[in-house]
Design a protein around this ligand. Structure first.
Ligand code: Z5A
Length: 212
């Protein structure tokens, strides 16, 4: 696998973690903080932030979809990523904006790879192809034990309804990805107060602003 393509214009930041870890909360707080500093920010998410992606999101998350082949699931998520990168992420980066995405490639490595126990290298090859190997300058992993994440919600979609063991593998999947590339990751304890986590994220993002 190549070392990846890091955008030369704009700043690409990603939030990852298990369900209920606070990705949406923290990505919104980062957006607001950056905008207050005068940055132009695009906040986006996977799956589903394109017209075709919305359809794909419905299929992969609706419990009414029922059983899917694990490979079908991986390919549907990869198709969402291709749409997302080509039509949302790359155009904003080309305009020099800060792009914040709530989930990206690591989610498929953790959920379809570690979680579904597909071969991670194979899932990665598909996801990297789908995204043109575009990588975030920084990925924030919000780490939370799955039981605590479940407690933050009552309803369960197709993925959330998987076993505790599945979600434990997912959690470990994210931690392994972060450990392998500390320059591009920060792992934060998602049990900390919201403001404290936001301050740690800002600290890590500050040096990335105004990169040459
Ligand atoms: N998936 C996949 O399998 N493969 C892929 O490639 C991709 C995704 C991209 C998308 O679900 C599902 O697709 C996801 C992975 C899979 N499934 N699972 N499981 P989604 O988009 O519907 O939802 P999500 O990404 O899992 O996010 P979430 O579960 O909605 O939660 P969150 O964004 O991490 O958390 P939040 O909404 O910011 O906060 C949740 C609650 O906790 C809320 O009440 C907050 O007020 C509270 N909260 C937040 N922070 C804190 C702290 N620090 N302390 C206490 N309470 C807090």
């Amino acid at each position: 696998m190549s070392a990846g393509v890091y955008p030369e214009t704009g700043l690409f930041v990603c939030f990852e973690g298990g369900e209920g870890a606070g990705k949406s909360t923290q990505s919104r707080l980062l957006r607001d903080w950056l905008m207050a500093r005068g940055e132009t920010v695009l906040l986006t998410y996977e799956p589903g932030d394109t017209p075709v992606g919305k359809e794909l999101r419905r299929i992969v998350l609706d419990p009414a979809t029922g059983e899917l082949s694990d490979r079908t699931e991986a390919l549907l998520y990869a198709a969402d990523k291709a749409e997302h990168v080509d039509h949302v992420v790359l155009p904003a980066l080309a305009r020099g904006e800060v792009v914040i995405t709530d989930r990206y490639v690591d989610s498929t490595l953790a959920y379809q790879g570690a979680g579904r126990t597909l071969e991670v290298a194979e899932v990665e090859a598909v996801a990297r192809w789908a995204t043109g190997d575009l990588r975030p300058h920084l990925t924030v992993v919000l780490d939370l034990e799955p039981e605590a994440g479940f407690d933050r919600f009552t309803e369960r979609d197709r993925i959330e309804a998987q076993s505790l063991e599945f979600h434990q593998r997912v959690r470990q999947g994210f931690l392994d990805l972060a450990a392998a590339d500390p320059d591009h990751y920060v792992v934060l304890d998602a049990r900390a107060p919201v403001d404290e986590i936001a301050a740690r994220v800002q600290q890590r993002v500050t040096p990335l602003l105004g990169r040459p």
